[in-house]
Design a protein. Structure first.
Lengths: 318, 412
């Protein structure tokens, strides 16, 4: 088990990024039971938003100075697209069968990819994203790249901020209320309350969509710093992995999403590193099998805990 | 809805597959319509298939532009009297299924006398049969997998031509990988190599040819790994390569994955350079990889910049004002297109100045005999449909550009 601290660090860092995006799937699902497949593309748009700010700044601006502005730019782009999507693509379908918004989300995902492909300058191939200069850092026997430090700081901060937002603010409590069955509230028979519930539902969904888009933009900046590139397809695979992480952690739970992301990332790293060292398993190890092992893990967890790692057993909706 | 998570998972996978397959091909090509002005002139179409979008589009756009340039030049100089050439370019997004659809579409157009393309060996595999059953010539400027021309038993030297309609102006991975193995051993002086491929036809073939030559010269393979071409996070593999202590890491694959792989290798403290083939030899590799200095790539032919025969091509390309560079396959694409034009010229001359009936089959025959001085050197095809030009060049990243280090013909 050589290089174990390094492989654990690799998995933790990758998992933190999955987790940041997984929060978006989990919160939107918790409130409106919609699997927002376009969330990976919201993440991608956030990356291009940050890149746009970087290109607009004068050459030679120190990255540390530019970074806050780039994050703001990414958040602005991601939130704008997410809010527009909610308003024009999802809200008209509220009350429609569940399959309709799901298909809409898939369509939106393709549309956003193609829109960036078509209209963002030079986005037909990967665009270069700025990176921190200098050597990598040594932390507890593992080499960590400078850009990854940003991710390691941003991931817990974003998660805690969102958690507090949901638990402590009025809008956050509105989200929780909406996440519980709004129909039951209506059945209680008070018409004025019904209006309030609907208003809450709309406002809370809106706020949730905007909040998770902002987090996705932070993840996108982290992705850019880590890999030095953004491209129009980067949201697709990462989005699928993040969605898997959300299910693994227990869909609907913010902390579960982060835990699911980290578990998934570490599982991938360990599967790549060590499966082939198990006698008789050399055929099934290495990078080509890591996704298989990640999904084996997911299925095992779901067999033992169908609600996911931190998910709560919710009353079934009819 | 007790099994909601499982249901969700199924939905996710289905949706993923949907999204992938829904990325249909499209093309915003405006190149190649020179118009049929005379009325007496016959118009023939040269088809083209390359990844014009997606992460290999840098190479694909260079291919399209270079073919367009050949067609434009032929029309301008009236290369074949009485015949006007047109280019019909389709996008395959580096997907075998799209490539096959494009081949079917082009073969269905009676004016198409030959097809230039594709870039990817895996795409070629899906197009060859379509080209064969429609007797239309398919000339790739970039396919390097030996099996495409010589069959899967080429390693045992039981070579057999696979398709009479398939040709290529790029030499094979057998030659390129072997050149790479020899270069790594003799010039880089590497004793051990860690070999990674991307599980695609091209990457696997190149890595295998490299390993064979490298070990036969006395080098040792310190380990092997496989990655998914869409991956951008290679940290787990990088850690394994690092602990293997290899002098050189070889990657069989293309630059979109090679660039982050190389960068992550160096960030984790690996001193060994990354080496690859023509799929890595792209200016974008250096742009996307801040730590590319010292990395190696081999590519087919001599650098076009060093060839006298290529001067006109480079000047013309610049003058035409294309937005994208000609990249690694510009010269070989120009030659592939020009080979079709020369074949048409030969059959028109044989038929008293008119395009004969059944032109497609005659073009295929004429291609076997075609010989001219092209951009990359003398262009002709051997009995398998392979180019007779086996020149390979090794490049190294130096001062943020690929510098040619060593060129040689490689004999099997």
């Amino acid at each position: 088990m050589h290089e174990l601290p390094q492989q654990l660090a690799n998995g933790l860092i990758l998992g933190a990024m999955y987790g940041l995006i997984a929060i978006g799937y989990t919160m939107v699902y918790g409130i409106v039971q919609l699997i927002n497949f376009a969330h990976g593309e919201i993440f991608m748009v956030g990356g291009f938003g940050a890149l746009t700010v970087h290109l607009a700044l004068p050459d030679g601006t120190a990255l540390l100075l530019a970074l806050p502005l780039m994050i703001l730019g990414g958040i602005a782009a991601a939130v704008a697209i997410a809010v527009a999507a909610e308003r024009f693509a999802y809200r008209p379908l509220r009350g429609a069968p569940r399959l309709a918004p799901l298909i809409t989300a898939i369509g939106l995902s393709i549309a956003l990819q193609q829109a960036v492909w078509k209209w963002y300058p030079d986005a037909k191939k990967a665009r270069v994203f700025p990176q921190f200069k200098g050597e990598s850092l040594k932390i507890l026997g593992a080499t960590v790249q400078r850009g990854e430090v940003f991710l390691l700081i941003a991931a817990p901060l974003c998660m805690l901020a969102l958690g507090l937002f949901v638990a402590r603010t009025r809008t956050g409590r509105g989200m929780q209320a909406t996440a519980q069955d709004p129909d039951t509230a209506k059945l209680m028979g008070i018409n004025t309350d019904r209006i309030i519930v609907i208003a809450f539902a709309i406002g809370a969904t809106f706020a949730a969509v905007a909040a998770v888009a902002a987090v996705a933009a932070v993840a996108a900046v982290a992705h850019g710093l880590k890999y030095g590139q953004v491209d129009f397809r980067m949201g697709f695979i990462t989005g699928l992995k993040a969605f898997t992480a959300a299910v693994l952690g227990g869909i609907g739970n913010i902390y579960g999403a982060m835990l699911g992301g980290v578990v998934l990332g570490v599982a991938e790293a360990l599967a790549t590193g060590y499966i082939e060292e198990i006698p008789g398993m050399s055929q099934f190890g290495g990078g080509s099998w890591k996704d298989v092992w990640a999904f084996v893990l997911l299925i095992l967890v779901l067999l033992l805990r169908p609600q996911g790692l931190l998910g709560e057993r919710v009353a079934d909706r009819a | 809805m007790r099994h909601r998570p499982l249901l969700l998972l199924t939905t996710a996978l289905t949706a993923g597959a949907l999204t992938l397959s829904a990325c249909g091909s499209r093309d915003d090509d405006k190149g190649g319509d020179n118009g049929d002005t005379g009325g007496k002139k016959t118009t023939v179409v040269i088809g083209l298939d390359a990844p014009l979008t997606g992460d290999l589009s840098a190479l694909g756009q260079g291919i399209k532009n270079s073919a367009h340039l050949a067609v434009t030049n032929a029309n301008k100089s009236n290369e074949v009297p009485g015949v006007t050439f047109e280019l019909s370019a389709l996008d395959d997004q580096a997907q075998p299924t799209s490539g096959q659809q494009n081949a079917t579409k082009l073969a269905g157009d009676k004016k198409v006398v030959g097809i230039v393309g594709p870039l990817n060996s895996s795409v070629a595999q899906s197009m060859q049969q379509v080209a064969q059953s429609n007797t239309v010539a398919l000339i790739s400027p970039a396919n390097t997998t030996p099996d495409l021309t010589q069959g899967k038993d080429w390693k045992q030297d039981r070579r057999k031509r696979q398709f009479s309609t398939y040709f290529r102006t790029a030499t094979t991975d057998e030659v390129q990988g072997a050149f790479g193995g020899k270069y790594a051993h003799d010039q880089i002086k590497a004793k051990t190599a860690y070999v990674i491929d991307d599980q695609k036809t091209y990457g696997v073939g190149l890595a295998a040819a490299f390993s064979t030559q490298f070990t036969s010269l006395g080098g040792k393979i310190a380990g092997t790994e496989h990655v998914n071409p869409e991956d951008r996070d290679f940290k787990a593999i990088v850690s394994k390569a690092k602990s293997s202590g290899a002098d050189l890491v070889f990657y069989g694959g293309e630059y979109p994955a090679a660039a982050p792989l190389s960068q992550q290798l160096k960030e984790s403290g690996v001193k060994a350079p990354l080496m690859g083939g023509d799929g890595m030899y792209s200016a974008d590799y250096i742009k996307l990889n801040k730590k590319s200095a010292g990395d190696y790539a081999t590519s087919v032919g001599k650098p076009v910049e060093q060839l006298d025969s290529a001067k006109k091509f480079i000047d013309d390309y610049k003058a035409a004002g294309y937005k994208d560079r000609y990249e690694a396959y510009g010269g070989s694409t120009y030659d592939a297109t020009w080979a079709i034009i020369q074949a048409v010229k030969a059959i028109v001359a044989d038929n008293g100045g008119k395009l004969p009936d059944g032109a497609r089959a005659k073009v295929v025959e004429a291609l076997n005999k075609v010989k001219f001085d092209g951009v990359t050197g003398t262009v002709s095809f051997d009995k398998y449909g392979d180019t007779t030009n086996t020149m390979i060049t090794a490049y190294q990243v130096d001062g943020n550009v690929w510098k040619a280090r060593h060129s040689a013909e490689f004999k099997r």
